[in-house]
Write a protein that binds this ligand. Sequence first.
Ligand code: HEC
Ligand code: HEC
Length: 303
Amino acid sequence: MKILKWIGIVLGGIVLVLISVVTILFFISKQHENQVYHIDVPPLQIDYNSEELLQTGRHVATIRACVECHGDNLGGKIFIEDPVVGMLIATNLTDGPGGIGRDYSDEDFIRAIRHGVRKDGKSVIFMPSHEYNLIDSKDMAALIAYIRSKDPVDSRHLPKTKIALPFRAMYILGGGEIHLFPARLIDHSVSIPEPVAERSPRELGAYVATTCIGCHGDNYGGGPIPGVPPHWPQASNITTGGALADYSEESFFTTMRTGITPDGREMNPEFMPWSVFGFMTDEELSGLFDYLRSLPPRETGSR
Ligand code: HEC
Ligand code: HEC
């Protein structure tokens, strides 16, 4: 009987330790979530009535994948619902009920998009602002003009974002691999880049390629994507150390516009959003191909 008692004590001890660890992880993640940032944003001249600017805005909102998460109407939607991750809601950006359009000044929009900081001063949750930090002032103005041009959407039926406990634990234990609170990652001292009159193809490629790093990794080596549900496929290695070695510019265009890879795989746009990247102009795709080909070859999974 004594032995049973000891087993009981040991098991009870283990449970207690586990509960304490989870509680500590929860509170650290809460601390990150509640951190408040004070960021001054210089005003931006925006000509809301310029048809050309609105066209650019639509293009940028598409190829930067805003519409993937916020919806084509920018009315917001549930973009991840998973027992491990939780329920993540992309905000309604319009000025309809439940949306932020009416409350947000242009500066508030800029602060959210490129600094990852909401109007309440806290970090946005899992919105890839670190990929948008280098969007130039012309594209930023175009984005905001476009957001403001959208019809109001009522999003009051959407649930609230809820980060599941396992995801909080994974976030802390992963040492920042999961970009749950992007404001922490961003260098807020970098001011908004001036638009470049003429980018070389490779510079244009580098400019649009920041939208690929969230999934393919900072060095484009691919591997498991941190923070997405486990049924997602791994992101491919898009350097010449991996898939890109076998691509011609022509097959790259085909893959980015149809989702079909040279080896005949049909990619699901839910995981690899070719359905929006396919709207890149020929110049953008060609520049992107040239830029990716110019990078050092990486080992697959070295994201
Ligand atoms: C991977 C999905 C995803 C993509 C891509 C994305 N967003 Fe978001 N966005 C979110 C989520 C989720 C939130 C809500 C964050 C929160 O609850 O704190 C958000 C919040 C925002 C906010 C701030 C709203 C607030 O509550 O303060 C703005 C503004 C915004 N997004 C604009 C954009 C624009 C513009 C783009 C494209 C350049 C974009 N987003 C791309 C997921 C995304
Ligand atoms: C939301 C995540 C996500 C983003 C953002 C993303 N990708 Fe992908 N990509 C994936 C995944 C996942 C795969 C593998 C899909 C599969 O195997 O079915 C993939 C595969 C690919 C492939 C196919 C390579 C092969 O195996 O032949 C190419 C090319 C590619 N991505 C290019 C890009 C480029 C360029 C960008 C940026 C403009 C980008 N991706 C942005 C997730 C993403």
